[in-house]
Design a protein around this ligand. Structure first.
Ligand SMILES: [Ca+2]
Ligand SMILES: [Ca+2]
Length: 390
């Protein structure tokens, strides 16, 4: 109890400090408009006609600024390029005097050939995202993965198969600083917190999907500037769609430094207590990405502890872009679910080919995953994935 109260006090102090910093350097509406790209072509029926720029006389006197169609959601969540007018679905957005609404989605269909399981077609991801701003300070984000039930052929005591993934409301403390309140991705591991729509391979590495790509409920402070990204959060620690089972609150954070477009280095940490027995739940990870020329080289190492069990894993990926359409990628990875077991690590080598029909908005991925473990079993896998994201 004392510990969680302390953590809450520290977090609150952090928020107040950042608020002070934000109010010390107020930004002009003009500057903010210049820096926030707007979705340029709303869909039919939500038209931003030229007359839209002159609000009806009834609201002329209203000092409230209409928020831009860009959103304050974490940039990792969004597709790489800002929506362009000609990008069709990417421009679905609507704006009213009450705020903005944008629609996003990530659809993936797979064919999976597996040495250890029946070969199968699979609707892997069916994410529907609704997000926007209610004022120039207040924003919201909700995401459902409608395909979750399709691949959970088991009793789901953890509620992870429920389609609700993200649900948060937020407040913009300053130009680059936000507070998210609700359910969102924990910041552990770079690949885990990044968008599922921008992966080098059809699936994340074992280490990043074990520790990262996980959601929890809490309060998060986020700072995203041109060279730094920082997050600090306080969480229930029960993962998504579950109420806390103890009074303890977990804390997590990340820092990432990207001095230029080619280099990014970061670290993430998680300290928590789980179950009624308050067993340890810790993660510590480092991450590095370097993009010289056509190459994209990245790697992460993360270790964890759950109760007394210690685990660790890493991956390294080398991707080479052949041209606007083709990219080849190779990944080596290892994961040790229990470090007390000798030779207990599983290793995998994944060879991937990506064919971009329209960047990450529409792409086809072919992966072959060779898995090595001890004792050896036949469990290699091939995946053909097609994706549409907007
Ligand atoms: Ca807890
Ligand atoms: Ca094997």
């Amino acid at each position: 109890m004392l510990r969680s109260t302390l953590v809450q006090a520290i977090l609150l102090a952090g928020i107040l400090a950042m608020r002070g910093e934000a109010s010390a350097a107020p930004r002009s509406p003009a500057a903010s408009a210049a820096q926030t790209p707007r979705a340029t072509q709303p869909a039919a029926g939500t038209a931003e006609s030229p007359t839209d720029s002159k609000p009806p006389s009834a609201v002329v006197s209203s000092p409230a600024k209409r928020p831009s169609l860009s959103s304050a959601v974490p940039r990792d969540y969004l597709q790489e390029a800002p929506p362009k007018a000609k990008r069709g679905l990417a421009s679905i957005a609507t704006r009213s005097e009450r705020g903005t609404l944008r629609v996003g989605g990530l659809l993936q269909a797979w064919y999976q050939a597996d040495e250890a399981a029946p070969d199968s077609f699979r609707g892997r991801r069916g994410e529907v995202k609704l997000y926007g701003d209610m004022t120039d300070k207040v924003y919201y984000y909700i995401m459902f993965d409608s395909a979750k039930e399709l691949h959970q052929n088991k009793v789901d005591i953890l509620q992870s198969g429920r389609p609700l993934s993200d649900l948060y409301l937020g407040y913009r403390l300053g130009e680059h600083t936000f507070v998210d309140f609700g359910q969102y991705k924990i910041p552990v591991t770079k690949e885990g917190r990044g968008s599922s729509g921008k992966l080098d391979f059809a699936e994340r590495a074992i280490v990043t999907r074990t520790y990262g790509d996980r959601r929890d409920q809490g309060l998060q402070v986020r700072h995203e500037s041109s060279k730094f990204e920082l997050r600090a959060a306080i969480l229930d620690g029960e993962e998504l769609n579950r109420a806390d089972t103890n009074d303890a609150k977990d804390v997590t954070g990340m820092i990432s430094w990207h001095p230029n477009k080619r280099l990014e280095a970061g670290a993430s940490v998680y300290r928590g207590r789980q179950a009624v027995t308050l067993g340890r739940k810790d993660r510590t990870g480092v991450e590095l990405e370097w993009k010289p020329g056509r190459w994209d080289l990245k790697g992460e190492y993360t270790e964890g502890q759950d109760f007394a069990r210690r685990s660790a894993g890493w991956y390294t990926t080398a991707a080479y872009t052949l041209g606007p359409r083709w990219q080849l990628a190779l990944r080596r990875e290892a994961f040790e679910a229990d470090r007390s077991i000798v030779n207990g690590a599983e290793h995998a080598t994944t060879l991937g080919a990506n064919y971009f029909l329209d960047g990450h908005f529409a792409k086809v991925q072919l992966n072959y995953i060779a898995r090595q473990e001890s004792p050896s079993i036949a469990n290699d896998q091939a995946i053909l994935a097609m994706q549409v994201a907007f």
